[in-house]
Ligand binder design. Structure first.
Ligand code: 13P
Ligand code: SF4
Length: 310
């Protein structure tokens, strides 16, 4: 990219010229969030992808999110600034192994967390996100047997909240399993007034200490509506940008990770940059393409989720 060009104004120009929309997840770099047309959690982003009248969707997020947008808007061009922006949680559940796992429970309904491949969604009955997982399980009859995958932590949380006996796939997110309980305890001692808020992809012993548990949007909303001045935030640190913007006088402290990690950044989410965003809008590459039969099979469980959470 020519170093003299103003990326922000060029992205805005190209967006108009191509009738494109930029959807960004809260874990993106601040400068990407600031140029997005919509910023949200996984549920909000899929609702936007389903209803947009843009011709091109630029998904500033990771691969499974862009795939979900393509499944919901198959006639649109869906672009992802860096095709290598994957997800450790999605990688922890290869579809061929999940298909074998599923065979062991033929009378079970399959609920999959949206953080998985399109092929995995195609093997599912209902998709869910962190903001509607409890609601979706509760919408099913009490005697309904359920497999839940791929996140064991969200699964354990849903089990606890609903009292249902879910069969769990043993997957996890690399970002949400790094938090250090000892360091969080020390931080809480230093800031006794602070509220501790956590994403349900965190481990059970971390969630046990939380004053609020929810999706990224849920956590943001909580910090806006709650009257405390200080928050310790256990999720990817990108969300702090919107929290700080919405409540400039409050203090937000990222929950400390263990000694093996320097920060709470998701290495996949952070692969996207403003420059890559500009290039992908300019060249209309890399594009997400999926086989027609996968789109068809994956559409049903996502639409079922959108109906339940409408
Ligand atoms: P939500 O934004 O839906 O809470 O998802 C969090 C996440 O890990 C996305 O990768
Ligand atoms: Fe995947 Fe975790 Fe990164 Fe979200 S934060 S994209 S779940 S690795």
């Amino acid at each position: 990219v020519d170093p003299t060009i103003d990326l922000v104004s060029e992205i805005n120009r190209l967006k108009k010229e191509k009738n494109a929309v930029i959807l960004a997840h809260y874990y993106q770099e601040s400068e990407i969030q600031d140029i997005a047309d919509y910023i949200g959690d996984s549920l909000g982003l899929s609702q936007q992808a389903a209803k947009t009248d843009a011709d091109v969707i630029v998904f500033a997020g990771v691969h499974f999110m862009a795939e979900t947008a393509k499944i919901l808007s198959p006639t649109k061009k869906v672009l992802l600034p860096d095709l290598k922006a994957g997800c450790s949680l999605s990688d922890s559940c290869p579809p061929h192994l999940f298909a074998k796992f599923k065979e062991q429970y033929p009378d079970h309904l399959v609920i999959t967390y949206v953080n998985c491949t399109a092929e995995l969604k195609a093997l599912s009955d209902i998709v869910c996100t962190s903001s509607n997982a409890v609601q979706i399980v509760e919408s099913l009859p009490l005697d309904q047997k359920i497999i839940f995958g791929p996140d064991r932590n969200l699964g354990a949380y849903v089990k606890k909240k609903t009292g249902r006996d879910l069969v769990l796939w043993n997957g996890a997110c690399m970002v949400h399993e790094i938090f250090s309980q000892d360091k969080i305890d020390a931080l809480q001692d230093a800031y006794p007034e602070a509220k501790f808020i956590a994403h349900p992809e965190c481990e059970d012993h971390i969630l046990a200490k939380a004053d609020y548990i929810g999706s990224t949007s849920g956590m943001l909303k909580f910090t806006i509506e709650d009257s405390s001045q200080t928050y310790i935030v256990a999720t990817e640190s990108g969300i702090l940008h919107q929290m700080q913007k919405a409540s400039p006088t409050k203090t937000f402290i990222p929950a400390p990770p263990n000694n093996l990690c320097a920060c709470n950044d998701c290495p996949h989410m952070k692969l996207n940059t403003l420059e890559k965003l500009y290039n992908c809008l300019y060249y209309e590459q890399p594009e997400i393409n999926l086989a027609a039969d996968v789109i068809l099979r994956a559409q049903k469980p996502i639409e079922r989720m959108l109906e339940i959470s409408a």
